[in-house]
Design a protein around this ligand. Sequence first.
Ligand code: ADP
Ligand code: AMP
Length: 216
Amino acid sequence: MRVILLGPPGAGKGTQCENIVQRYDIRHLSSGDILRGERAAGSELGKKAQSYMDSGALVPDDLIIEMMIKAIKSAEKGYILDGFPRTVVQAEALDKALDAAGEKVDAIVNLEVDDEVIIERLTGRRIAPKSGRVYHIKYNPPKEDNKCDETGEELIQREDDKPEVVKNRLKTYHDQTEPVLGYYRNTGKNIIDVRADQDIEKVTSSIFDELDKVDK
Ligand code: ADP
Ligand code: AMP
């Protein structure tokens, strides 16, 4: 199964992917996680991406498109895309690559949530860098204070989750990423709208109800 997960930063994409990939046995391809991995490894791509990410801007399309098409090709059993495409140019490039491979996306899940909710979610987010698990100090706390349930590693706050950068990321989302939804609606794709301002479990079950219908 191939799925695209859309939604603003903080909508809960990474959180929901933890459950989705297990149920459908597909790969979680998060452009943000891949970029953070490149930065941690000190690669050329990581170095190029750094200043954009730290300011809440988007990394240039050509770099992202190459990186994600490569990731998609390596996910033979299917995948869920998280954080990509984030511009109409990226969505067009993805369509072209899928066409060339004779493949199509089975569903597009769109997580809907208002800006006020996002700010509280992002500023309270904590991540486990090694396991990639996502927590929230209030809504999804770890069992032991500030430690990952899976690995026991210390949780950290992403630099770009600080309030000044969050504001820029929201603006970037409304200016450059929201049009991607319009692009997909115009092309008549199967879009599943899900209200993401409910409990994590409720959002998960709404997504499962819909994806079960398209799972092959
Ligand atoms: P995204 O990947 O879309 O940027 P995350 O999955 O990292 O978003 O979620 C952002 C923050 O909000 C995290 O701290 C996460 O624990 C929390 N969160 C995710 N979904 C919900 C929800 N339905 N209700 C409350 N908090 C949530
Ligand atoms: P995320 O983890 O999805 O919140 O992404 C963190 C940062 O990585 C973003 O603020 C961007 O700077 C960069 N990024 C992630 N995905 C993309 C993308 N598809 N296009 C451009 N930049 C991206």
